[in-house]
Design a protein around this ligand. Structure first.
Ligand code: PEP
Ligand code: MG
Length: 535
């Protein structure tokens, strides 16, 4: 049997089925069958027909770009000069993309979406099938170079698994796949060999894709997958190890619309509420948005606005920076716009007071020094916050965890950014995905140092980055001394089951093994001994 193709497993589960590849960009050959305006309308129509449920907001932004009158005007001018519609659209989109890239910041980030729209418009003009998700008429393993926001937003239940050649552990493909419980492997360049209709088994835990699978195996693997999913969905109860060590399993949310597990919210990403805003949300508007989450009761860890780099907030009007990931982002925005944090803290405190059944904790993102942590905590307490903490996303803060804990009530480790800054590797960079792997011992040593500082201070230290939702890594994090894990609500059952299968001593042994070993992504059996192999 040939070696499996390998990438990075970003959404766990083993499933098998036939490959359906995403159609590539159209070839600019032949002459157009639609004019410019008809082609753009066809794209808008296609997007609109898919803009339902949670996809609607993402697709609405795409539709606005396609219906931009300037784009139409430019393409029509080119056809008036004698260019065929498809070529005119190609040029008009390129000019538009260049202009957005030059504007920088938020606009530059959106420029990548234009490429997807350009491909759709050119295909429509030429009468070719529009690129996008395949529709083979049966469940399939989706194989793509990468997925655009429009594609990920419209994935339906016929997608058994996702395999992409690019993308990293914190890419939108990874986050969405995990949220939907679809096994996924990203950063798998050799997936280019996979052909339409070929049967494969995708292991989203190990990050592998096995070819040469038989029909019989497909059925066997799929039955096992469905049985596991049914068992996990039926499982309930708090997170704890086999010997009863409690590890609350909380949920990461971006708004009141996101699902929450039994043990509350461990990360409320408040900036997600305001990503498309051009004007600042008022105190009352923020209060209402936070109250919608607090009204469900239970523990909620609110993160103050984490603006900048991968999450631009246009309403802040921050200046352009050469190197935004290393610039004014997260809590650092407070250096230039202090009123923003004050208003947000007031809105949180007012919403919390109106919903006493919620236990509201508040933390700041991108904290670097103990002085920043101390200043944030005293500011939060002065305004009425009862539990003030900070995120650990910068190695400097991890190294000084003990000093930070002298000033705050808790720490929450954001492994997505902590990986980015520890490994000097852009968290969105597909070619550096191996450096961003949460099993990297250097990352885990920093996590361990923070957890130890927490145990010494008697204060909680949780993990709320994507690493927390990996059922194989969870025992290692617990073994390092982490006191809670926060993840997308759909990841909770598998992590709960994983922890329930091991004792605290086994978790500690696994942590020691990983810290001392240079091995990446060790198998559960290597980590936890023979008992774990049958899990
Ligand atoms: C993190 O960095 O790990 C984190 C949880 O924050 P975000 O992904 O929102 O930057
Ligand atoms: Mg972060």
């Amino acid at each position: 049997m040939s070696e499996p193709l390998t990438g990075i497993g970003v959404s766990p589960g083993l499933i098998a089925g036939p490959v359906a590849r995403m159609a590539g960009p159209p070839a600019l050959t032949g002459s157009s069958v639609l004019n410019v305006s008809e082609a753009l309308s066809a794209v808008a129509f296609q997007l609109r027909s898919r803009a339902v449920g949670e996809a609607a907001e993402i697709l609405e932004a795409q539709i606005m770009m396609v219906e931009d009158p300037q784009l139409l005007e430019e393409a029509e001018r080119l056809t008036a000069d004698g260019l065929d519609a498809a070529r005119a659209l190609d040029r008009a989109f390129s000019a538009h993309e260049k202009a957005m890239l030059e504007l920088g910041g938020y606009f530059a980030e959106r420029a990548a979406d234009l490429e997807d729209l350009r491909n759709r418009a050119v295909a429509a003009a030429l009468g070719q099938p529009m690129p996008g998700l395949p529709e083979p008429g049966h469940p399939y393993v989706l194989v793509a170079d990468d997925l655009s926001p429009a594609d990920t937003a419209t994935l339906d239940s016929s997608v058994l698994a996702i395999v992409t050649q690019r993308g990293g552990p914190t890419s939108h493909t990874a986050i969405l796949a995990r949220a939907r419980g679809i096994p996924a492997v990203v950063a798998c360049p050799t997936a280019e060999v996979l052909a339409d209709g070929e049967l494969v088994a995708v292991d989203g835990s190990l990050g592998s894709v096995r070819q040469g699978v038989t029909e019989g195996e497909v059925t066997e693997i799929r039955d096992a997958f469905l049985a596991t999913r049914a068992r996990l969905l039926a499982s309930r109860g708090p997170g704890r190890t086999a010997d009863g060590h409690a590890v609350p399993l909380m949920s990461n949310i971006g708004s009141a619309a996101d699902p929450v597990g039994e043990e509350g919210v461990g990360l409320f990403r408040t900036e997600f509420l305001f990503l498309d805003r051009r004007t600042a949300p008022s105190l009352e508007e923020q209060e209402a948005a936070y109250a919608a989450v607090f009204s469900r009761g239970g523990k909620v860890v609110v993160r103050t606005l984490d603006a900048g780099t991968d999450k631009p907030l246009p309403f802040l009007g921050l200046a352009e920076e050469e190197n935004p990931a290393l610039g004014i982002r997260g809590l650092r925005v407070d250096r230039v716009l202090p009123q923003v944090l004050d208003t947000q803290l007031d809105a949180i405190v007012r919403a919390a007071a109106a919903h006493p059944s919620a236990e509201v904790w508040v933390m700041a993102p991108m904290v670097t020094t103990w002085q920043e942590a101390a200043a944030f905590a005293s500011r939060a307490r002065e305004r009425g916050v009862t539990r003030a903490g900070v995120m650990i996303e910068v190695p400097a803060a991890a190294l000084m965890a003990r000093e930070l804990l002298e000033h705050v009530d808790f720490l929450s480790i954001g492994t997505n950014d902590l990986s980015q800054y520890t490994f000097a590797a852009d968290r969105q960079h597909a070619r550096l995905a191996d450096l961003l792997d949460p099993w990297q011992p250097a990352l885990l040593r920093l996590v361990g140092a923070c957890a130890r500082a927490g145990l010494e201070a008697g204060k909680p230290v949780g993990v709320c980055g994507e690493a927390a939702g990996d059922p194989r890594l969870a025992p290692v994090l617990v073994g390092l001394g982490v006191t809670s894990l926060s993840m997308s609500a759909t990841s909770v059952p598998a992590v709960r089951e994983s922890l329930a299968g091991v004792t605290l001593d086994q978790c500690r042994a696994a942590a020691d093994g990983v810290l001392s070993d240079q091995l990446l992504v060790p198998q559960p059996a290597d980590l936890l001994g023979p008992d774990a192999a049958g899990r």
